[in-house]
Design a protein around this ligand. Sequence first.
Ligand code: ASP
Length: 352
Amino acid sequence: MRRNCLMKLLSLVILLCFTAANAYSADLPKVVILATGGTIAGSAASQTNTTGYKAGTIGVETLINAVPEIKELAEVSGEQVCNTASPNMTNEILLQLGKRVNELLSSKDVDGVVITHGTDTLEETAYFLNLVVKSDKPVVVVGAMRPATAISADGPMNLYNAVLLASSKEAKGRGAYILMNDRIGSARFVSKTNTTMTDTFKSHEQGYLGAIAGGKIYFWNQITKKHTFNSEFDISKIKELPRVDIIYSHQSDDGVFYDAAVKAGAKGIVSAGSGNGSLSDATKLAGKDAQKAGVVFVQSSRVNNGIITPKKSGRVGLYANSLNPAKSRILLMVALTKTSDPEVIQRYFDEY
Ligand code: ASP
């Protein structure tokens, strides 16, 4: 009799603990980590090797298990989208990723998404998501400059901060983020500025949206450009992004690559011009010829900072506003899925 009572009491305690544990995890925000590879998932033969390593070797579950503390921030699950060094990212992967992020965020069971990514082309993917995600829930793109095997690897803290940001209500409605080195950057403004240093992601002119210190999020700026939930771009039915090439300007530039791009089937060309987007006379002619062949031509700058102004003598194409060539290419690809009208595309460059 007494034994029976004891058994019942024990079952009750177990049931209560189980319910409490479930209630606790049900209260935590739900964050999905989409892993694509990069240095954050890279490994080297020695702990001091921070450059001669292989990016994209560690799977998403290992990444998550390496930072068990993230499970105190959110109910975290992972999906492997691809596992590659980011120079290998393609338009196909971008489309797949954008569609998956939209699918996940449309569910009431997902509060935010983190994308782990190689840093080399991270800003391109982040800006793409900034344009095509149809949700105000946080989308955080994160990477690392040091492989997971390095002394003072930056990946674990970056991942922790990314999950913290993705699970925060305050982070809603501010577009896609680039989270690196404790700094909260807008995908529109932040770029990689240094080949190897951990503080490489910078936004020289516009600054950051905020920072994370001591496990707390501090926001101090709003993004003024259109993005995510108020963007007019919709990739849900897009099967392929149009080809857009970037052509770098230099002295003795005879414009030969413009013809090559047109022959290769480019629907758009972005120039990484010198200074305020300027081009050699031969390149101006090549740009005009490309436009006559139906290609949309946008002038950006190899300087990577500052504004490409509308009215400048000798401007032959559209102007990129303050977008660098890599991000101009992303916007032009997305724009061309809607229109090839240069006036409308110029408006996109002014607004996004
Ligand atoms: N070095 C790169 C990185 O930081 C490699 C890549 O972009 O995948 O992730």
